[in-house]
Design a protein around this ligand. Structure first.
Ligand code: SF4
Length: 380
């Protein structure tokens, strides 16, 4: 019998969004209820996307009442919601049961060429973060706590319900179909997901469950600053999620200036762990590289990065991300510098792309909305 994970209870009520299907069956059986009710509840939660036990009309009234008394469904309060002017980026500020604030972002991509439209949720895994990257607003807040699996799942369900209620149509793009469901999840919001390993994996398995939300693991991305032991552990999970590494610099000296974690896990150790991950999974690793003008974006940085990743061959991909303006005062490079940087990577046969900046007008980079909200609170 599967044991229940830690932190599924809030105010003595059990958060059902933190439970896998076998765990929900166990929870019901322990209360004298029939195990088959778990599948019905799962259907209501993840297929019908209801947020209220009263709506679960094929459950006996007594069970619905019991659920209301003894369980919750992700106790989250939306404190603020912002849509970018083009409505392709939506950001919410959520208050957790203990008052902690986290952010989640929905990014909508219209169909382009052969790729169909996507709706990607960028999920937070922690309130605050312990890793202190200097270019990141969350990193300046310090660490509050890990999120439970249910708090992670609830962020995805929020946007899934929103899209179900009002499918998104790309304005000004004739021929693009309305999108009414979540297609991708990225663990790139507040926090370091592999620092909260067990709850993150539990949430991904819940969202991957064919009886529930049924999102393919290949549509989920875990982004890490490079916690080497956790990367090795992840390679043994037999879960086909995508792994993204926040690299951001090609040398220890430079990486250590913006990412304190590099002192614990230097680049050579990190790349070795990635090589072992690739050998174990046969999957490509994406290296996220935030371009900071004048700091890590020169041609010599590009050559060093190309030399570092060339041994990983076609299994390495670099995602160049021009930095969003934050309080740390970094600037994004211009288009020529970006073009040159990418061309040099290509010379080293390292595949690469550039991620379009999203939602600048609503502070889409992680931690910015919370920072602004708290600043407003303290001024009022
Ligand atoms: S970039 Fe990620 S790991 Fe670094 S401080 Fe921000 S949230 Fe934490």
């Amino acid at each position: 019998m599967t044991t229940l994970p830690i932190s599924v209870s809030t105010n003595k009520k059990t958060d059902l969004l933190a439970l896998s299907l076998p765990q929900l069956q166990q929870w019901l059986v322990e209360r004298g209820e029939a195990a088959f009710r778990a599948k019905q509840i799962y259907q209501w939660l993840y297929k019908q996307l209801v947020s209220d036990f009263a709506a679960m009309s094929n459950l006996p009234q007594a069970l619905r009442q019991r659920l209301t008394n003894e369980a919750t469904l992700g106790p989250l309060i939306v404190r603020s919601e912002q849509h970018s002017k083009d409505d392709r980026t939506r950001k919410i500020l959520l208050e957790l049961a203990d008052g902690k604030l986290i952010e989640s972002v929905l990014m909508l991509y219209p169909a382009l060429g052969e790729s169909s439209a996507r709706a990607t949720v960028c999920v937070s895994s922690q309130a605050g973060c312990a890793y202190g990257c200097t270019f990141c607003a969350t990193g300046q807040m310090g660490f509050d706590r890990h999120l439970s699996a249910g708090e992670i799942v609830a962020q995805v369900l929020y946007f899934a319900r929103e899209l179900r209620a009002a499918p998104w149509t790309a304005a000004g793009l004739p021929g693009s179909n309305a999108i009414d469901h979540i297609t991708n999840i990225v663990l790139m919001g507040m926090g370091e997901p592999l620092h909260n390993y067990d709850n993150v994996l539990q949430a991904l398995r819940i969202l991957n469950s064919p009886d529930g939300f049924n999102l393919g693991a290949r549509h989920m991305t875990v982004s890490t600053v490079g916690l080497v032991p956790a990367i090795r552990k992840l390679s043994q999970e037999h879960l086909q999620v995508n792994l993204a590494i926040s690299l951001h610099a090609p040398t220890d000296e430079l990486r250590g200036q913006t990412m304190p974690v590099n002192r614990k896990y230097p680049i050579a150790e990190l790349i070795a762990a990635c090589q072992d991950y690739i050998a174990a999974t046969g999957r490509q690793v994406t290296f996220e590289y935030v371009l900071l003008s004048g700091v890590n974006d020169t041609p010599s940085h590009a050559h060093l990065l190309g030399e570092l990743l060339a041994p990983l061959k076609q299994f390495a991909h670099v995602n160049c991300i021009p930095v969003n303006a934050t309080s740390a005062g970094y600037r994004p490079p211009g288009p020529d510098a970006i073009r040159t940087f990418r061309a040099i990577l290509q010379e080293h046969n390292v595949s690469n792309s550039v991620r379009a900046e999203r939602g600048d007008d609503i502070a889409a980079a992680c931690g910015q909305l919370r920072t602004r909200f708290e600043n407003r609170q303290s001024q009022s």
